[in-house]
Design a protein around this ligand. Structure first.
Ligand SMILES: [Zn+2]
Length: 169
């Protein structure tokens, strides 16, 4: 038996891919994406005949969707090693930048967002909910599904994806 909560949010983004990508992918461009997170209770929870819920929906998704709306939406995703990053920081400090370890592919973003969502939930709900799956729809027909522990695929250290704040670089 398992009960999951699922939230979906739309956002627009821009990025470019520099490593071995086709020229059109190296040109800054954008996608309208959806991020879906599935959450499960860290401990088995019985529907108790009273509250009958895994967690309060609003509490579970409020901060997460604020992060998506205010930091991810209309953000420019750039690799930490992209020469555009220094130009953007110097000339356009007001831009929303999402700085990634290597090219900001959909695969990487799915793992980064799984880590970020878990950090926010841990801070908000004290570890009551676990991120089981993140689905990142890059186009209406292409999606990446991330399941498992992001620590297995992401760099350790103090990256923004491990922090429960609104940082993205
Ligand atoms: Zn793209």
């Amino acid at each position: 038996m398992s009960l999951a909560l699922r939230f979906r949010r739309r956002f627009s983004m821009a990025h470019r891919l520099t490593s071995g990508a086709a020229a059109k992918c190296a040109t800054p461009h954008g996608h309208d994406e959806h991020v879906t997170v599935e959450l499960v209770a860290a401990q088995p929870i019985a529907l108790d005949g009273e509250a009958n819920m895994v967690a309060e929906f609003g509490q579970a998704k409020g901060r997460w969707h604020r992060f998506v709306d205010e930091r991810l939406d209309h953000g420019l995703q750039l690799s930490a090693s992209d020469p555009l990053l220094a130009i953007a920081r110097e000339r356009f400090p007001e831009w929303r930048l999402i700085v990634t370890p290597g090219d900001p592919t959909t695969e990487l973003l799915a793992a980064l967002l799984a880590a970020k969502c878990q950090a926010i939930l841990d801070d908000e709900l004290g570890g009551a909910l676990r991120v089981r799956r993140v689905i990142l729809d890059e186009t209406p027909t292409n999606a990446v599904v991330f399941e498992g522990d992001p620590r297995e695929v992401l760099p350790a250290g103090d990256g923004w994806w491990w922090r429960p704040d609104e940082s993205t670089s």
